[in-house]
Design a protein around this ligand. Structure first.
Ligand SMILES: *Cc1c(COP(=O)(O)O)cnc(C)c1O
Length: 358
């Protein structure tokens, strides 16, 4: 692929990089450059370019600001002990972005082109990839409808951009279980809705449930199905798995659940260990019964941000249930160690998941 044209920042205008040892947090620090790509009806995707990080000019009537025609992704670049930089299954993110785009009537991207462009951006910004344990460079591709029009309609014009920012370890104090509040009042997605698309509406609509869970002293919301409020769907913005007896169970991808790449990786690993893995509907009653009879060994969530997030406590209808005595279980630990080990080049990657940037 041709090198993408770069508009260089004025050298004096470059940002100060975080000091080594400085806590990075999540999503607060952004690098010096963006990758941008426009879409115009009749012309397709045009004007690929890398430019200094800056506000995006937008008409006040831009369709995304009124009707939410948008899709996004989230992935990370990891620095290996030898200094090289790798992505984890990045094609999966851009393929998923295209599936999300289709649902939102947004034109699809050329996966190979945007992946290569993202790599060029990271190569330009490679000094921003942190090397502290557990840290990484977070990559946020975003695709917005920016035609100026106030009628509810499909936009004729789009902007795709990729922004980057160093992020710290998700568990700076060590791997620790989360406390989950089961939402009976709110639902995340109904069949036929937007549940399997990574699009802004799903997150806007989850905020109130999340706020109320926080007020009760819980970290995250567990979402039940929209119709019967009986079957488990997801936890916060991650997928959920239960280890019951000798079976690893997770809800199936039926249209209401985000098809997580970490979820897929967990299932792949568990199958490679010859575990019994089931993608099936699981009711919260079944989970609680398994807990009462001692069959529920572990529950954990999966997602790019935390990789594996063990569930220590569950609040349902005002009753508090402890899972695995509120401690991290051996399966969660083993999955975490393996995935993180592969991502950071500390253990062999038997599945060809890692994709070299430089
Ligand atoms: C992004 C996301 C996930 C996790 O997907 P990964 O590809 O594993 O990061 C799960 N659920 C929701 C709602 C999400 O937005």
């Amino acid at each position: 692929m041709k090198e993408i044209p770069i508009i260089q920042a004025i050298p004096g205008a470059l940002k100060k990089k975080p000091e080594s040892g400085q806590p990075l947090g999540f999503g607060k620090i952004f690098t010096d450059y963006l990758f941008l790509l426009d879409y115009q009806k009749g012309k397709g995707w045009i004007n690929a370019r890398i430019e200094p990080y800056r506000p995006i000019p937008m008409d006040p009537a831009a369709l995304v600001l009124h009707y939410g025609q948008e899709v996004f992704e989230g992935l990370k670049a990891y620095r290996w002990p030898n200094g090289e930089i790798y992505l984890f299954r990045p094609r999966k993110n851009f393929e998923r972005m295209n599936r999300s785009a289709k649902r939102l009537c947004i034109p699809e991207l050329d996966v190979e082109f945007v992946l290569e462009a993202t790599k060029q951006l990271i190569r330009l910004e490679k000094d921003w990839v942190p090397s502290m344990p557990g840290s990484s460079l977070y990559i946020r591709p975003n695709l917005i409808a920016n035609e100026a029009a106030l009628g509810v309609q499909v936009s004729d014009q789009y902007l795709f951009y990729v922004m980057l920012g160093p992020v710290g370890a998700y568990y700076p104090q060590g791997f620790s279980p989360t406390q989950i509040y089961v939402s009976e009042k709110y639902i995340r997605a109904a069949r036929g809705g937007l549940g399997e698309a990574k699009t802004l509406a799903n997150y806007a609509h989850s905020l109130l449930a999340q706020e109320e869970a926080h007020e009760e002293g819980y970290n995250q919301v567990l979402w039940l199905d929209a119709i019967e409020r009986k079957y488990v769907e997801e936890v916060g913005t991650s997928n959920i798995l239960f280890y019951i007896g000798d079976e690893l169970v997770t809800p199936p991808l039926g249209g209401t659940i985000l098809p997580g790449i970490t979820r897929d990786s967990v299932l792949h690993l568990a199958r490679s260990w010859e575990m019994k893995v089931s993608e099936r509907m699981i009711s919260l009653d079944e989970v609680l019964r398994a807990l009462e009879t001692g069959k529920l060994k572990e529950a954990f969530a999966s997602g790019t941000a935390a990789v594996i997030s063990p569930v220590g406590k569950l609040n349902y209808k005002g009753r508090v249930h402890l899972i695995n005595e509120g401690k991290v279980g051996p399966l969660a630990q083993k999955l975490y160690d393996n995935i993180v080990g592969i991502q950071y080049g500390k253990i062999k990657d038997p599945f060809g998941w890692m994709d070299k940037v430089c």
